[in-house]
Write a protein that binds this ligand. Structure first.
Ligand code: SAM
Ligand code: SF4
Length: 363
């Protein structure tokens, strides 16, 4: 049995302690941090609500939902994205919670897709559990959606029910089929790899993805669950994922990863690839180009950030005219990126899991 290892990730060194002198935020070049990382990708969580209760993400019951009045409106989301585009953001991924349960999701896509960027107009993708794709995919595509990532951790209906605490496997598969038929490419399927849950069906998931013209990607489980049950010793590592896949496939690592979190491997010398996202054991923070907006209008410079910057107050400040509001949002964005840490620090002794679960941050 061959063993394929992950390449060593890069760690960037601090270039400067001052990346922005506080002057006009729109005239200070790209959104760059102290480590030279240029930020091009904005993840927007449009809701913290969800149609599933995946064990690694949400507790079964007792979720502390964000108050409805705090959720950003479509106009507020577009306002933040517009300022971000003026600072060099070129792509937005809509996420959640489950983004497709938001009733105005098609309008959100439509409005965002017209925003001008350095490279044309904003490129839009969505991360979804897929359940609502059959009814929405045509409208989303017509509204300007370019790419879809579907989260599906198992091809076994019973495991799906245990893992998501809902009996919706057939609907999830219908969602993958709708995405395949839409022609939107590349289509990616993401699975969190978990010991004792889906670790024996990783190769079956790869075959399922290939059959649906999609790329399978396996994610190491991160300490972001609502129940705070994550355990470093128990998690399935990327090396173990690769070891398991190597029992069925020949894998050849590919170069040219860029800022993508996934290391890709060619499968059996074909055009098909599988990705491994080793967020814990091989962090890719050195190439991170992402900032995040939560559904209640808080800016996060990292999934694992302990601090957030409040944009909702700016958005709802009736004293500000449009120009001042854009300027204020841009200042917050620049400030947040300026203080971004070099890495997530999961392996550091003082690591503390963020208060927000993944469902309220937006993965
Ligand atoms: N509901 C949508 C979905 O499931 O695709 C979007 C939101 S979900 C939070 C985004 C991604 O985060 C999913 O691919 C999910 O598998 C991943 N995720 C959630 N909790 C995670 C954890 N603790 N570790 C790693 N990935 C996680
Ligand atoms: Fe919902 Fe996505 Fe979290 Fe699963 S991973 S509970 S689908 S937000």
């Amino acid at each position: 049995m061959s063993r394929i290892l992950l390449p060593t990730p890069t760690v960037k060194q601090s270039r400067s302690d001052v990346v922005w002198d506080g002057s006009d935020p729109f005239s200070a070049g790209p959104l760059t941090d102290r480590f030279g990382r240029v930020h091009r990708d904005l993840r927007i969580s449009v809701t913290d609500r969800c149609s599933l209760r995946c064990t690694y993400c949400m507790p079964a019951e007792g979720v502390a939902w964000l108050p409805k009045a705090d959720m950003l409106t479509i106009d507020e989301i577009v306002e933040v994205a517009r300022a971000a585009c003026r600072l060099g953001i070129t792509q937005v991924r809509l996420t959640g919670g489950e983004p497709l349960i938001r009733p105005d999701i098609v309008d959100i896509v439509e409005r965002l897709s017209h925003l001008p960027t350095d490279t044309g107009t904003l490129r839009l993708s969505v991360t979804t559990n897929g359940l609502m794709l059959p009814g929405l995919i045509d409208d989303l595509k017509n509204a300007g959606l370019e790419r879809i990532n579907i989260s599906l951790d198992t091809v076994n209906a019973g495991t799906y029910q245990k893992l998501t605490r809902r009996d919706r496997f057939a609907r999830a598969v219908a969602g993958v089929e709708a995405a395949r038929d839409s022609g939107l490419r590349p289509l990616k399927i993401n699975a969190v790899a978990m010991r004792g849950v889906n670790d024996k069906e990783l190769s079956d998931l790869v075959s399922f993805a290939i059959d649906h013209d999609a790329q399978m990607r396996f994610i190491e489980q991160m300490p972001l669950d609502g129940g705070h049950t994550w355990n470093r010793q128990k998690m399935l590592t990327a090396d173990e994922i690769l070891q398991e896949l190597s029992t069925r496939f020949d894998l050849e690592p590919l170069d040219g990863r860029g800022s993508s979190p996934a290391q890709l491997y060619r499968i059996d010398g074909s055009d098909h690839t599988v990705g491994v996202i080793a967020s814990v054991t091989r962090p890719f923070c050195g190439d991170c180009d992402r900032v995040r907006l939560t559904a209640d209008g808080q800016l996060r410079n990292c999934l694992f950030a302990r601090k957030e910057q409040d944009l909702r107050t700016i958005l709802r400040d009736g004293e500000l005219d449009e120009n001042d509001r854009q300027m204020a949002i841009a200042r917050v964005l620049r400030g947040a990126v300026a203080v971004k840490k070099p890495g997530h620090g999961i392996d550091e002794p003082g690591f503390i899991q963020p208060d927000r679960p993944m469902s309220a941050i937006g993965g």
